[in-house]
Design a protein around this ligand. Structure first.
Ligand code: BES
Ligand code: ZN
Length: 517
């Protein structure tokens, strides 16, 4: 749609519109798709380019504006938005919720959720929201939010969004988290019971600066959003725990990056830090590359200039570009001018970092103290000749943090000569089937598929049918597709379940399964 504005005049444009039933940003859930199973639910996911399906807007991250909204919903439903709630008005069997976002935001940050929602207060500025069935567990899982927020301010500067709430979404939410301002959306798969996945909350908090204040001007520069945010996420980890924990998270990320580069191919232009999206839907280009290659670059720069200097530069970069949308060149020019008297900047090969496909050109040396134990346990398994009594049991993992178990499984997935009988012995020793941590389940079930353990298929389908998080669903469907004997079963399972999947998950899985959407 094109609106011609008379030259040299200020004008107000009013548009009356209605969204179509199949707006790609929106998922309308039936009661049975929620935890409570009594009330319907609605949520939006506008990033990268779905805001246009929900409301008329200039749907590009290079334009920002404030917004306000008045949302009317039937009782007892509750409406939330990526803004500050200002008023609730009772209207008989309905209620009206008013919102105001006074910080200018790009269209993909406009978000709405409506459902049977309750909250618990975590601090004067933070609440956690979800369906009543989950609230106690959710409040426990995310109790550290106020500390994470404080740590993030130390890295990035003052928090400008007034409130920071978390909304735990229904299972079909396609991402781990989405940084909607004032109200992060998170997948319920984060509720592992042991707070082992709060790095996702740290990540979404970090976007309050990198992404939401300093914004990529388009999705070719997506690494400015995500690489920077992973960098801040791990700085927060360093402040709350310690440097080895931070660097161990980087090693885990590097393993994910190797996987992604493997799947895409090391010559694939989409593995560059800055990509060319001409003719490519940003939903289809999504991968871990901008996240982890971006993080690697920033970590390397930190080591190059030294943490003290780089940390100051980082804060000043956020301050310089807050409320703006920028390209990689803006970052590069600012860094070069900031460090103009420092010869170290001559060591940066920009083309190699930004414009070359494959793994990062240099991989910094990370502290391996937490990784070593994972490697050692894996070696015991690979060297075991399967004779005699099994030398493994649950106590092998007793000293491990949850993320070390995740990394043990990530490294296991790379081993090519694992036998089915060893993997069965591993289930007996460690009972990974019984884990409540989805990062563990993902890697474990992929290993089971790799060794073609047929009886595990039931667990595999349960796993992918109960969560719509693409990080889990897509690799499993791809693995099943590659396993000739079960391909048909996988496609049948997809066809049966696709109506309950959100648009973007259905669309990308259909592609992974080589089906027409
Ligand atoms: N902004 C992203 C999610 C996203 C990206 C949605 C692109 C649509 C298009 C969010 O901040 C994110 O990166 N989530 C990750 C968290 C992880 C890296 C800690 C996720 O969903 O797994
Ligand atoms: Zn992110």
């Amino acid at each position: 749609m094109e609106i011609k504005i008379p030259p040299n005049k200020n004008c107000v444009i009013r548009i009356t519109y209605e969204t179509s039933k199949c707006a790609t940003a929106l998922q309308w859930l039936l009661p049975e798709q929620t935890f409570g199973k009594i009330h319907p639910y609605l949520f939006s996911q506008n990033q990268p380019a779905h805001a246009r399906s929900m409301l008329p807007c200039q749907d590009t991250p290079s334009i920002k504006s404030t917004y306000s909204a008045k949302i009317t919903v039937p009782k007892p439903l509750m409406a939330l938005m990526s803004a500050v709630p200002t008023e609730t008005v009772d209207c008989g069997d309905k209620r009206q919720f008013l919102f105001q976002q006074t910080v200018p935001v790009q269209s993909y940050l406009i978000a709405i959720a409506v459902g049977n929602l309750v909250s618990k207060t975590l601090s004067p500025v933070s609440k956690v929201w979800c369906e009543p069935e989950l609230i106690d567990k959710a409040a426990y899982e995310f109790e550290q939010t106020p500390e994470l927020l404080k740590a993030a301010e130390k890295v990035c500067g003052p928090y400008v969004w007034k409130i920071y709430d978390i909304l735990v979404m229904p299972p079909s939410f396609p991402f781990g988290g989405m940084e909607n301002p004032c109200l992060t959306f998170v997948t319920p798969t984060l509720i592992a019971g042991d707070r082992s996945l709060v790095n996702v909350v740290a990540h979404e908090i970090a976007h309050s600066w990198t992404g939401n204040l300093v914004t990529n001007c388009n999705f070719e520069h997506f690494w400015l959003n995500e690489g920077f945010t992973v960098y801040v996420e791990r700085r927060i980890n360093g402040l709350l725990k310690n440097e080895s924990s931070r660097e161990f998270a980087a090693l885990e990320g590097l393993e994910d990056l190797r996987q992604a580069v493997d799947v895409l191919g090391s010559e694939n232009p989409l593995t560059k830090l800055v990509v060319d999206l001409t003719g490519i839907d940003p939903d289809d280009a999504f991968s871990t590359c901008p996240y982890e290659k971006g993080h690697t670059f920033l970590f390397w720069l930190e080591k190059l200039f030294g943490a003290d200097k780089f940390n100051l530069f980082f804060k000043s970069y956020v301050d310089k570009f807050k409320y703006k949308s920028i390209s990689t060149n803006d970052f590069k020019s600012y860094l070069l001018s900031y460090f103009q008297d420092d010869d170290k900047s001559l060591q940066i090969d920009w083309d190699l970092w930004l414009d070359t496909p494959g793994m990062p050109p240099i991989i910094p040396h990370y502290d391996t103290s937490l990784q070593d134990a994972c490697v050692a346990l894996l070696e015991r398994w690979t060297k075991w000749d399967e004779s005699g009594e099994e030398p493994f049991n649950k106590s092998d993992l007793i000293e491990f943090e949850t993320n070390q178990t995740v990394q043990f499984l990530a490294l296991l997935l790379k081993v090519d000569n694992m036998t089915l009988s060893k993997i069965k012995a591993m289930q007996k020793a460690y009972n990974f089937n019984g884990s409540r941590n989805c990062e563990i389940l993902l890697r474990w079930l992929r290993t089971c598929i790799k060794v073609k353990w047929l009886e595990q298929l039931e667990w595999v389908f349960t796993f992918i049918n109960h969560s719509g998080r693409m990080k889990y669903v897509r690799p499993i469907y791809r693995d099943l597709y590659a396993w000739q004997e079960v391909r048909v079963q996988a496609i049948e399972n997809f066809e049966k379940n696709k109506t309950s999947m959100m648009y973007v998950c259905r669309h990308t899985v259909a592609k992974d399964l080589h089906l027409r959407d």
